[in-house]
Design a protein around this ligand. Structure first.
Ligand code: 9YT
Length: 130
């Protein structure tokens, strides 16, 4: 069994900061845990907007605290995100993720799992690991 805490992971390279300054994420579990998914606690900063399009990954996102919204670009629908809401990007949906009036804390699971070295590319995706 593997046991870690958010606080200890936060002090390591598991904590990554977005290049655009919009979010930070602590990767609690990555591909090398061999679980078939990775699991992250991500904070989307208030008032930010991030274009995301995970063409190579499926992601499930659960809101723990704070508020924000997701706009799916295919149809322009806007979904309010608040504690208790889950959104599931089962169609590799291209979207805009917006922080609301306060920072939004999210639990995120990625399939396939991230390795931890990926950076958000111009098109909003992460590359697939070799
Ligand atoms: C919700 C979302 O995808 N935010 C971007 C960061 C991502 N969760 C990550 O890389 O940990």
């Amino acid at each position: 069994m593997i046991v870690r805490t958010l606080e200890e992971c936060r002090k390591t390279e598991r904590r990554v900061l977005a290049e655009n300054g919009n979010w930070e994420s602590v990767r609690l579990s990555l591909a090398d845990d061999n679980m078939g998914f990775s699991f992250h606690i991500t904070t989307i900063y208030a008032g930010t907007e991030t274009h995301i399009w995970y063409k190579n990954h499926l992601e499930t996102v659960y809101c723990i605290s704070g508020n924000g919204e997701v706009e799916t670009l295919k149809d322009g629908k806007v979904y309010k995100i608040e504690p208790g809401t889950v959104y599931i990007l089962d169609q590799n949906d291209e979207h805009l993720l917006r922080g609301g009036s306060e920072d939004m804390v999210l639990a995120c699971a990625f399939n396939p799992p991230l390795h931890g070295t990926e950076v958000h590319r111009e098109d909003g995706s992460y590359a697939l690991a070799e």
